[in-house]
Design a protein around this ligand. Structure first.
Ligand SMILES: *Cc1c(COP(=O)(O)O)cnc(C)c1O
Length: 452
């Protein structure tokens, strides 16, 4: 028993023996996960099915084949297999940047004067600077396997588009990306990154699709939204041979791929000799949240653990805290299946906050069901508090976080300060979903007091 304990808690023991504190926990290549965790198979209440909007019948995997790679459609609706093998080619590409570090944020703890132990999983070390590549690689892989030649998608802040452009290039696919017009104009470097990897980038709404033309006819000054860009990309996939659509968030297969984050973190927390009392992540459509949370949540389902899971969303787009649970479309034009989710309505136009990746109107079906059933919580946080948190994190930990990730940091700081009041030594784990080095214009606005 003691021997086993020593083995599994080696990192912690070593720390104590050396009388020094360890900051980073890393896994060997061999220990990178070989399977993704499919939480749908183990949820006490399964998500309700997506519906065909015309017939209101539950969707079958085949119904999605015209839009997505077939294997991804099967993963999307798989409610039986808790573990899904990661193809060897995908795992080999993961090795380029995984495992990502688990870091103890001693600097932040000290600045806050909290007794809490704060850890973060650093997904910003991926070549594209965010967690999105974890799903872009398998999505491009399955498309290639199935003989697809072109992939298309939408992107808001540009993180997903950049990840897909890179993954497409790795597998010799052409990528066409619709970028929300306002971020195309405000974040020109993301467009440059996508073009560096050979993607064709179009600001949305555009005149190149029927959906885009309809939107522009109704409102010539439309600044674009994820909803408009999704409508255009889906239309392109439907009307172009050998072309499939891909999505960087919201859908269940995307969260599935992201579980490499939590599976690694579980092993790394064990090396640190701790288990999280709270797991926190920012929330756009739910993929980085699900990625870090689901592998830990399975121990709550069995009653073995009582971890709290907290999703942090912007006050400007509060679908989890203020949205309604109902069937709604995933896109503005109403092309997608009807999804059972917390939503602000598919016509919702969020204020132009800097966390572009968190401006989506709805939440994924898995997370929506989990929130409804009380397995997780949500908080919404105002933009200024997020940048304040991000700046403190940068100054104490040396990493400039993406505006999206600042929401997770702000939520973490709120909890750490509660620990300070009560004197509780809670263990908090949050996901650093990306770095903000291409978002410095947003920080500039914050420093000059122009941010609202
Ligand atoms: C896209 C993005 C998000 C939000 O998407 P989720 O699917 O909710 O994870 C968060 N952080 C970063 C850095 C992103 O690029």
């Amino acid at each position: 028993m003691e021997q086993d304990y020593m083995e599994t808690h080696k990192g912690d023991k070593e720390n104590k023996q050396n009388g020094e504190r360890r900051k980073r926990y890393m896994l060997d290549e061999e220990e990178i996960p070989r399977r993704w965790y499919n939480i749908q198979a183990e949820m006490p209440v399964k998500p309700m099915p997506p519906l065909n909007p015309a017939t209101k019948e539950p969707l079958k995997a085949e119904d999605l084949y015209p839009i997505f790679a077939e294997e991804l459609c099967r993963q999307e609706l798989n409610q039986t297999d808790a573990w899904i093998d990661i193809p060897e080619e995908v795992r080999n590409l993961y090795k380029y940047y995984r495992c990502t570090p688990l870091v103890r944020a001693y600097g932040l703890e000290k600045a806050l004067g909290t007794p809490a132990h704060i850890y973060f999983k650093n997904e910003s070390v991926s070549p594209m600077g965010s967690h999105k590549l974890n799903s872009a690689i398998p999505q491009a892989y399955y498309c290639k396997q199935e003989g697809v030649k072109n992939v298309t998608t939408e992107t808001g802040a540009g993180q997903w588009g950049a990840s897909l452009a890179y993954a497409a290039k790795m597998f010799g696919l052409e990528a066409a990306v619709y970028q929300v017009k306002i971020s195309y104009e405000q974040k020109p470097y993301r467009k440059s990154i996508m073009q560096t990897f050979g993607a064709q980038v179009t600001p949305s709404p555009s005149m190149s699709t029927r959906a885009g033309k309809d939107i522009l006819t109704a409102n010539p000054n439309h600044q674009g939204s994820l909803g408009t860009a999704i409508s255009e990309a889906v239309e392109l996939a439907r009307t172009t041979p050998d072309c499939k659509y891909t999505l960087g968030s919201v859908l269940s297969h995307v969260s599935l791929h992201q579980t490499v984050i939590g599976l690694e973190a579980e092993k790394q927390m064990e090396m640190a000799g701790e288990y999280p009392d709270m797991v926190i992540a920012c929330f756009g459509g739910g993929s980085n949240f699900g990625g870090i949370a689901f592998p830990f949540m399975r121990h709550n389902f069995t009653g073995e653990k009582k971890t709290r899971f907290i999703a942090a969303e912007p006050t400007a787009c509060p679908k989890l805290t203020c949205g309604e649970f109902k069937y709604d479309f995933g896109d503005e034009a109403g092309y997608t299946p009807l999804l059972p989710m917390y939503t602000l309505g598919h016509k919702f136009q969020p204020a132009n906050i800097h966390a572009g990746g968190l401006r989506y109107h709805g939440a994924g079906v898995i997370v929506s069901q989990l929130l409804k059933d009380g397995w997780m919580e949500a908080v919404d946080i105002p933009q200024l508090e997020c940048f304040e948190a991000g700046t403190l994190f940068a100054r104490t930990e040396g990493i400039i976080p993406a505006p999206e990730s600042c929401h997770a940091i702000a939520a973490t700081i709120r909890e750490a300060l509660k620990c300070k009041e009560t004197g509780e030594e809670k263990v908090i784990l949050f996901n650093l979903s990306g770095h903000g080095l291409i978002d410095m214009a947003s920080y500039d606005k914050y420093f000059s007091g122009d941010l609202v």
